[in-house]
Design a protein around this ligand. Structure first.
Ligand code: SF4
Length: 479
């Protein structure tokens, strides 16, 4: 297989977005800040807020976590009753490019326009080439900039027609917020890859990546933006219309497995309950003698609760997480050293024990191998690795940082060899068919491409598909 396009890899990212309107004309910057803080797990490299009010537009963007980018004084200067915010994670090279920090914005004949995007486009190369032929000059290397220009070149007579045209042209994943003067637009791609929810209180209308961000804003009742929907909040009125229709929804199941907060409701599923059930179903396959169940913190915790309950074995926290080093899935290099900085073994809990170690997923395997080593060094008698999802065998093109095929452990190592490679006493995972079973009939509405290597041709650009010619992934749940 040919290596993937480096430009494509450069722009791949996943993010958190939030938009807010004060119904009483108050500044929204503090609400946006708090909501972005809640969405910090979706991206930690940079953050930004754009607001609009009587004094026009105000913006502040910077590298780092939300708490580092904004101070009280900065938030005071971001006046305006309407605004959008973004927190970003990207991979490969371009994360230090200041022009890539979102929200992106331009002044245009439509007025001031800003955009915040979560997802990744799969026909970016084609669209960018077309726009450059039309004389548009790109200031960033992110695919999100495309939306600003597609809106401007659209021949639609109103935003509804313009967004319809955009949805016809763009392939891939996008949950999107547009601020055009004092109007807030929000849309979700027709496949519904990334989540987007909205709700309102007496004081505010808020739209965000996850329900946890709405809760932070004091909003407990929410609605999902449906795939293909465009919403407009203007004045005190909300209008929603559907402009994108597809044959099959492709909601990202990995949002439920790992990416979203456990206190969020994603695609109508309670994330904590879902992860717990994955653990329970995994425990039903246990054949070894186990003394204790131990999570890899933090993402393995809900599944380990379900595992421990179903197996009737005690749950022990033999690994504590240091909260000051970031998530190892997100950090791009030196994963093994970071594991030791991040995870603190507690000998008291694990010495002499036969451990079922529960993790959310198997990606590169380097983290798992290092954790097994750490537990053995601290006196574990046996370490049985249990993954609460199927092994990832193929890359994601839709906005989650999953490495290329070559880097994915399950794509190159057979299940029977995983024990040796990971130095575990045994390895078990949740078969794909069980994962689908948990979702029931709704599984038809989800994307499982990174677990199956099969992609919906409707969602990917020709350039990407052609790179996968001749690629035949194993169907691991049949092994
Ligand atoms: S390929 Fe995997 S990570 Fe990517 S959208 Fe599909 S399920 Fe989510």
């Amino acid at each position: 297989m040919e290596p993937l396009n480096p430009l494509f890899l450069e722009m791949r990212e996943f993010c958190g977005i939030v938009g807010a309107v004060s119904k009483k004309g108050k500044d929204v910057s503090e609400l946006l800040y708090k909501s972005l803080f809640t969405l910090q797990h979706r991206g930690q490299e940079s953050a930004g807020i754009v607001t609009f009010g009587e004094s026009g537009f105000n913006t502040h963007r910077g590298f780092g976590q939300v708490k580092d980018v904004f101070s009280k004084d900065i938030l005071k200067e971001l006046t305006g009753h309407i605004g959008i915010g973004h927190t970003r994670y990207s991979t490969f090279g371009d994360y230090r490019n200041v022009n890539n920090i979102q929200p992106l914005f331009v002044s245009s004949r439509e007025g001031f326009m800003a955009v915040a995007h979560n997802g990744t486009l799969t026909n970016y190369d084609e669209l960018r080439a077309e726009l450059e032929e039309n004389g548009y000059v790109f200031h960033s290397s992110t695919d999100s900039e495309i939306f600003l220009y597609l809106f401007l070149i659209s021949e639609g007579n109103n935003p509804e027609e313009k967004f319809k045209e955009i949805m016809k042209k763009v392939k891939g994943a996008y949950s999107l917020l547009f601020l055009i003067n004092d109007r807030l637009y929000f849309l979700r791609d027709p496949w519904g890859f990334r989540p987007l929810v909205f709700g309102e209180s007496e004081d505010y209308f808020v739209v965000a990546s996850e329900t946890a961000a709405l809760k932070q804003a004091g909003i407990n009742v929410y609605e999902e933006v449906q795939p293909g929907d465009v919403g407009i909040y203007e004045g005190h009125n909300l209008k929603i219309f559907n402009v994108g229709k597809v044959l099959k929804k492709e909601q990202c199941v990995f949002e439920l497995i790992y990416f979203s907060r456990p206190d969020s409701i994603i695609f109508g599923e309670n994330v904590y309950r879902f992860r717990k059930e994955c653990g329970e179903r995994l425990a039903m396959r246990e054949k070894r003698e186990i003394d204790i169940v131990m999570p890899v913190p933090d993402s393995g915790i809900p599944a380990s609760v379900g595992y421990s309950k179903a197996l009737g074995k005690p749950l022990e926290f033999g690994l504590m997480r240091s909260h000051f080093t970031g998530r190892s899935f997100i950090e791009p290099s030196e994963r093994d050293k970071k594991v030791r900085m991040k995870l603190i073994p507690i000998q008291e809990a694990l010495y002499g024990m036969r451990i079922a170690l529960i993790d959310d997923s198997l990606v590169r395997g380097t983290t798992s191998r290092e954790i097994v080593k750490l537990l053995r060094e601290n006196g574990a008698k046996e370490v049985h690795l249990r993954f609460a999802s199927p092994p990832i065998v193929a890359p994601c093109f839709f906005g989650i940082d999953i490495p290329t095929v070559e880097e994915l452990m399950a794509s190159s190592v057979k299940l029977r060899d995983l024990e040796e490679v990971l130095d575990a006493d045994s390895v078990q995972y949740l078969p794909l068919k069980v994962l689908k079973d948990i979702l029931g009939q709704r599984s038809e509405e989800f994307c499982f491409s990174c677990f199956s290597g099969l992609y919906n041709p409707e969602t990917v650009g020709e350039g990407i598909l052609s790179r996968f010619k001749g690629y035949h992934p194993r169907i691991l749940d049949e092994v």
